[in-house]
Ligand binder design. Structure first.
Ligand SMILES: Cc1cc2nc3c(=O)[nH]c(=O)nc-3n(C[C@H](O)[C@H](O)[C@H](O)COP(=O)(O)O)c2cc1C
Length: 369
């Protein structure tokens, strides 16, 4: 079964990732992986750090002549902003509320900034690289993972058309939305908030297209595709809610308004709507999986926030450190790749298979709606 683990800190030497359980016989497109890393780095709302990082990416194990062998695939991404054992990290005892400074400091008995090194969003570069490698495998199965911003602050996006084409719009728009008319508004809002010294949150939608009926199971909670997908998306720092399909929108509806009827059209079973977001009973139902994540405003802001010096036990305000204003556009890139990892785990659990051709053959036998 496909599994991913990463290591690495914000200002450590490099980020490392290992993907185990990949089948032999597929060729990751390294240009595609590098481009996903670039999209993560150049999304709107980021700090100057992104001008320093080049995200030099290399695969160090698991390929022969560029093709997977079935052995664990390892990669590393260099940190240009490498600050070995930076003394400043050991002198600051005022945690930023909302970051992992306080919880990490208490749990691991570390200065808050040392704890934040691993909790920071920098390790999400490794998630993106792993997800992008895995999306090369998913594309062999014609499964597409899309991520796009649908809201920042009070500004909503209304993309239309074929979601399988959204990434081509998202990738040329730094606000990472699929609604080009909303892009300048999002951009202006992030700039306005940044100038005021504050930060801002929003929502990202992830769509997964091309899955047949039958991935995941209701048999065990740990096999539910909805639970696994939600856990993966929730693991992205600053994500505070995951909704599948209509999600929280179900709360004030009647069943008759939101049930997705099953119809017969030209002898084929189809669904009249997709409010359940492609998942019923923790199993894919053949429709597009649709999940929306809510991203909180980043916790480091220029405006003063109350905190406490945890060593001296006295009131203090955290020292402002270089920070992003808005993580939402970047989360669109991270989320589609993190979702890909979860979906590949679910598919590989379902189909088994040591080679790409075995997985393909077994996957193609599942019913399509
Ligand atoms: C792409 C991205 C960029 C982020 N940039 C910052 C940042 O510059 N400053 C900050 O304080 N938090 C930033 N965050 C949020 C923190 O990483 C996050 O709030 C923190 O790790 C605590 O985790 P939690 O919000 O999930 O509880 C960012 C998150 C993401 C996904």
């Amino acid at each position: 079964m496909i599994k991913f683990i990463s290591a690495g800190e914000s200002h450590g030497k490099c980020l490392t990732g290992i993907i185990s359980g990949l089948p032999s016989g597929f060729k990751p497109d390294l240009g595609f992986v590098e481009n996903e890393l670039k999209l993560r780095r150049t999304s709107l709302g980021r700090s100057q750090r992104q001008n320093i990082e080049k995200d030099t990416f290399s695969i160090t194990a698991g390929l022969s002549k560029g093709i997977t062998t079935g052995a664990p695939l390892a990669f590393c991404i260099e940190n240009k902003d490498f600050r070995p054992d930076d003394d400043l990290l050991y002198k600051d005892f005022v945690p930023r509320p909302g970051h992992a400074d306080f919880t990490g400091a208490i749990k691991y008995d570390l200065p808050p900034m040392v704890a934040a090194e691993r909790a920071s969003a920098r390790p999400t570069a490794a998630y993106v690289a792993a997800g992008a490698i895995i999306r090369c495998l998913l594309s062999e199965l014609k499964v597409i993972c899309v991520g796009h911003v649908v809201q920042i602050g009070g500004i909503e996006c209304f993309p239309h058309g074929d979601p399988s084409l959204y990434n081509s719009v998202v990738d040329v728009c730094a606000a990472r939305c699929a609604d080009m008319s909303a892009a300048p508004l999002l951009e202006a809002e992030i700039e306005r908030v940044g100038e005021s010294g504050d930060s801002i949150g929003g929502k990202v939608e992830v769509d997964i297209l091309g899955l047949p009926v039958g991935m995941g199971s209701y048999v065990l909670p740990s096999q539910r595709a909805d639970a696994l997908l939600a856990a993966a998306l929730m693991s992205v720092p600053s994500v505070k809610a995951v909704e599948i399909g209509l999600g929280a929108g179900y709360a004030d509806k009647l069943g008759s308004q939101v049930i997705d009827p099953i119809l017969l059209r030209d002898g084929k079973i189809v669904r009249a709507s997709n409010n359940c977001g492609g998942l019923e009973g923790g199993i894919t139902n053949g429709n597009t999986i649709s999940a929306t994540v809510t991203v909180k405003p980043v916790p480091t802001i220029k405006l003063p926030v109350d905190s406490v010096d945890i060593r001296k036990k006295e009131a203090a305000v955290p020292v402002y450190k270089r920070s992003d204003v808005c993580a939402v556009p970047t989360v669109a890139v991270i989320a589609r790749n993190v979702a890909a990892i979860a979906i590949a785990e679910i598919i590989s659990e379902e189909t088994g298979g040591s080679t790409l051709s075995q997985i393909k053959e077994r996957f193609e036998k599942y019913e399509r709606s």
